[in-house]
Design a protein around this ligand. Sequence first.
Ligand SMILES: [Mn+2]
Length: 320
Amino acid sequence: MTNNITPLKDIASELLQKDNYLILTHRHPDGDTLGSAFALCRALRKLDKNARVVCSDVIPDSFDFLYDKMDEIIFEPDYIISVDIANPQLLGEKYEHLADRIDICIDHHHSNNVVASLRYVDGDTAANCEIIYDLLKLMEVEFDKDIAACLYTGISTDTGCFKFSNTTPRSHKIAAELMEYGFDLEKINYRMFEEKTVSRVLLESLIMKNMEYHFFGRCCVAKVLRNELEKTGAKEDELDGLTGLPRQIKGVEVGVLIREQVDSGCRISVRTKAPTDASEICANFGGGGHVRAAGCTIDLPIDEAKEELLKVIAKVLGED
Ligand SMILES: [Mn+2]
């Protein structure tokens, strides 16, 4: 059931039939899940339908240009749609209860195991927003600068501003077409890739201070302790942009960021260089993701979680 793939054109025609849509994004929202959701929401509203976007977590301020401040209309959805959500756990606490009520799943993670009656998953696409772009074309929605800004945000963030290995000529071609709609490219790029809060700079120095090296410098692990995080005044979501820091170091093949969680356990982000598979490492702990970027949670105190992780990384690097 989870392997069924529905042609995108069938999903497009289904979306033209009904009137009320609830769109789900993943917890710890990023540019791609939000860009996908708000592009689709704007498109559906343009077609005079009711649509709204929800997220378990607070949407960071830096994404406020994706949506208009408007009163949320309350309606009973005909369809519940998930975008960029690889597995039901990623719905987060507030929306987990909808896991078995998803009607349409649109995603770009190979590991996707969301159950839905209509399902389109293309793991070879750099960003989910590229799929939404195709979907809106099939729905014959008229693009505008706001829809284009949403789609560009997802494509640019999931490709690391067109730098990651997942970037394709098609990513560039779509982005080029979106630019024609005249959104503020400079503002979005500044917000997504340059702007830092004071707390963020403190956070970076904290991570750098806590970096430790294993396996002759082939693996770098940075721990973020709860009490140290609080001292910086940074919000949890600010760490999302810093998961790549350990991998930046020359000679490091596997970069790991371990964050101590509020209640218990740790959140792990793994970033790798070719040919090491990050999702393979995270799969050992029930997580997943992409070849170069993956994540998981380990329900252990931070030092024990690190040790468990290092055992797996040792095997992957042939250092066991
Ligand atoms: Mn994505």
